[in-house]
Design a protein around this ligand. Structure first.
Ligand code: FES
Ligand code: FES
Length: 147
């Protein structure tokens, strides 16, 4: 039995400690906004926040989670988070599959550093988008950094 706090709600999940957090979020808790891409920690589709850090949920076991977990569902109740608003304003997504991970990585970046430099943004946003939305993502981050 693993105990977690996910999006502000305490959860007790009857799974092995070795199960990746991503599986617990999607299959046990039904939070399918967090996506499965590579399963290898490379694509970032599964990015969530643990505490204030962006973490790739396929790479951390549920037994190793130390801190509250925030998924895309918990970022805001109504898409009002400033990163979500910037993404909407610039119509960043194409197919959308990678976008929860990008948004969570960006949200963690702005929580850490409200006015990130271009270099900080590049270092923080290493996710992969097969649709190639990188230019609009960079533009949204630039606008938020100046806001
Ligand atoms: S699914 Fe986790 S990094 Fe790709
Ligand atoms: S918007 Fe399609 S993979 Fe990124």
């Amino acid at each position: 039995m693993a105990k977690l706090v996910v999006n502000g709600q305490p959860q007790a999940v009857d799974v092995e400690d070795e199960m990746p957090l991503l599986w617990v979020l999607r299959d046990t808790l039904g939070l399918t906004g967090t996506k499965y891409g590579c399963g290898l920690g490379q694509c970032g589709a599964c990015t969530v926040m643990i505490g204030k850090d962006a973490v790739r949920a396929c790479t951390v076991t549920v037994g190793d989670v130390a801190g509250p977990v925030t998924t895309i569902e918990g970022l805001s109740p109504d898409r009002s988070h400033h990163v979500q608003q910037a993404w909407l304003a610039l119509q960043v997504p194409q197919c959308g599959y990678c976008q929860p991970g990008f948004i969570m990585a960006a949200a963690a970046l702005f929580q850490r550093s409200p006015k990130p430099t271009e270099a900080e943004a590049i270092e923080a946003l290493t996710n992969i988008c097969r649709c190639g939305t990188y230019a609009r993502i960079r533009q949204a981050v630039r606008i938020l950094a100046k806001a």
